[in-house]
Design a protein around this ligand. Sequence first.
Ligand code: HEC
Length: 139
Amino acid sequence: MKKQILVFGIVAGLAFACGGGEKATETVTETAAPEAAAPAPEISLEDKYKDDPIYIKGVEKVKGSDCMTCHMVDRKIIGPSYAEVAAKYENTEENVNMLAQKVIAGGAGVWGEVMMSPHPALSEEDAKDMVRYILLLKK
Ligand code: HEC
């Protein structure tokens, strides 16, 4: 610990010296960490919507099913990313119904030849909650 403070003191002293400062080392304290120069990181879609009740309800159901083996929020894997799906469809009751039926029945042809497996065990209500969560994830 002592050594770190000393090194920091020297570095800070040098920086100060280059800038033409005079009483550098006396003002250096252990808590004077340099400000991070990196730009603020982009907010992920998860962070953007994580407090929305629709998100909270939907993400729980999606994680409780097998959706995440084929879908990611922000990147296409086997199926389209949720962000892509959200960008394609307006968040209307009609689309929620249509997509919920598709999740239950499975199918292919909209995004490519790969087929989504059917989910006959899902209730319509659960499928709709999942779709509402997906359509929320607009960038
Ligand atoms: C076996 C992989 C797989 C699983 C598991 C899976 N999906 Fe899919 N999903 C796909 C594929 C592939 C497509 C693209 C289908 C197409 O092109 O019509 C798709 C498309 C979708 C679409 C968009 C449908 C459309 O017509 O645009 C939604 C919404 C969706 N999935 C939600 C879900 C949800 C919710 C679950 C979990 C209950 C789930 N998926 C599980 C592979 C999967």
